[in-house]
Design a protein around this ligand. Sequence first.
Ligand SMILES: N[C@@H](CCC(=O)N[C@@H](CS)C(=O)NCC(=O)O)C(=O)O
Length: 234
Amino acid sequence: MPDLSAFPITRKWPAQHPDRIQLYSLPTPNGVKVSIMLEETGLPYEPHLVSFDTDDQLSPEFLSLNPNNKIPAILDPQGPGGKPLALFESGAILLYLADKSGKLIPADPARRYETIQWVMFQMGGIGPMFGQLGFFHKFAGKDYEDKRPRDRYAAESRRLLKVLEQRLEGRAWIMGDEYTIADIATLPWVRNLVGFYEAGDLVGFKDFVNVRRVLDAFVQRPAVVTGLDTPHRG
Ligand SMILES: N[C@@H](CCC(=O)N[C@@H](CS)C(=O)NCC(=O)O)C(=O)O
């Protein structure tokens, strides 16, 4: 049985199954990327809830794994060379799990890089811009009198949705017939924008028929249904 006692994070979140991938997360748009990926691949894992209500992400145990105090993070007892591997940043984790499982990333090298390109498009564009729009439209920033920041992020989010809409024209998924980590990275953020953030009208979501079609297909996948509620908030 692997020994994870060298990792301080396991003191706050003890591993009941130290042979499984340890997931430290919360069902947010970044968090669910990894729980959905784990569900889709069938890799055995043990989820641990990192509660923002109690600032768990700022605890020394969590910071020992991710100094950037953000979920999601994982600890794989069977990493490269059979040694434990700790990893943060959802994009890096998706790539790692795709390589480990041999699933959800094309084997062809050119298509592999194309998939990574779309994961980066989400990581550098969709995630940060939609997140800022959420702040200025739904959370603390909504009371600001000056609406220019909100309008800037709404315009940028709409522009990014147009790029995605164009990409999905005539394609079932971002990489065509192949469902990949690019979809798992992107679609939870689209769902969040129109769901939790309630910004659908602001970005004119009804215009994006391809994005809506693909989002509908995504949320019906059994792995997505489970992943969206993992770790369960209790
Ligand atoms: N680039 C990071 C972003 C992660 C991120 O922003 N996580 C948020 C939740 S969606 C978080 O942990 N926020 C807690 C905090 O900022 O204290 C990733 O993709 O993993």
